[in-house]
Design a protein around this ligand. Sequence first.
Ligand code: SF4
Length: 382
Amino acid sequence: VCPVGALVEHDHTWKVIDALADPEKVTVVQVAPAVRAALGEACGMEPGQSFTGKMAASLRMLGFDHVFDTDFAADLTIMEEGSEFLDRLQKFLDGDKNVKMPIMTSCCPGWVKFFEHQFPDMLDVPSTAKSPQQMFGAIAKSYYAEVLGIPREKMVVVSVMPCLAKKYEAARPEFAVDGNPDVDIVISSRELGRLIKTMNIDFAQLPEEDFDNPLGYSTGAAPIFGNSGGVMEAALRTAYELATGETLPAVEFEAVRTLTGVKTADIQVGPHTLKVGVASGLGNARELLEMVQKGEEQFHVIEIMACPGGCIGGGGQPYHHGDMEILKKRNAVLYAEDAGKPERKSHENPYIVELYEKFLGKPLSEKAHHLLHTHYFKRQQL
Ligand code: SF4
């Protein structure tokens, strides 16, 4: 049984078509990191290419008013999750008995639902930071709606995700204000591919275009969220610089990069040696969690992604039929995108800096907590 009840694919492309056709609505689209490494495959192109520019062009051609990027919210996630980690670590080192380590990433709804069902005694362990999808929706319908001078009800936020569980995540009641969800419609990479073909858009011939700003700008730390180990690496880049006040000598943390299975590493951050763990696939997640539960290893940070390889191999991506070569190519596309960015650490994203200056105050502020953090629920064991 799928722990998130998401393995039956529901096609929501008709909802997107309705929203785009409604003159009363302002349509905003966000695209998850992993989609850009695979979308072209759904449009007949070979894997191993970056489809970012053509993807932005196709969304504009479909008629979205604002073509934004979940990568912006991935940078925001790092600001909140990284700050939460450093805060928790300091309290833990100070001997605060109410504080538990490790902190675990919380951006994968498949994994969140899994621990709510299977490890209900550990609900205080994962980060309270919302996923990038949900952070994006919360900021679009508050900050950006304010920038546009429109009520949140006038805005329709559409997500393109590599993931079927993201549909379930967007529908969680805690991610809505007075019944109006932060994210209105979620479609998968495959659904976007179908929409592009239905509209007779020749994807291969599209020009390379950029996302709109401000919610379309991202650093190199963001696209790697789509790879197993990527959230950990992005968090380490920022946590290191915030904790030490020093510039990282090299931003690549090869020790946490992995395509499959479990990987653990010791990472030096100033005077502290951090024990970190990365797992993709829920069987591997269970292995890591049981080590924590039994007290066999003292981890400080753990990243878990439900899908083997991370979101590049997500259930909403073009089918790869277990072909590891395809996953390797998608993985390489995201690391190449990181390497090509002018800024590669989330805290260096100028639009994130501006968002805090103009709207949120600082990471973990009351407003940031209200908009960008969540809580978890004990659920019946499956
Ligand atoms: Fe969705 Fe899989 Fe990515 Fe988790 S790892 S967010 S379930 S695509």
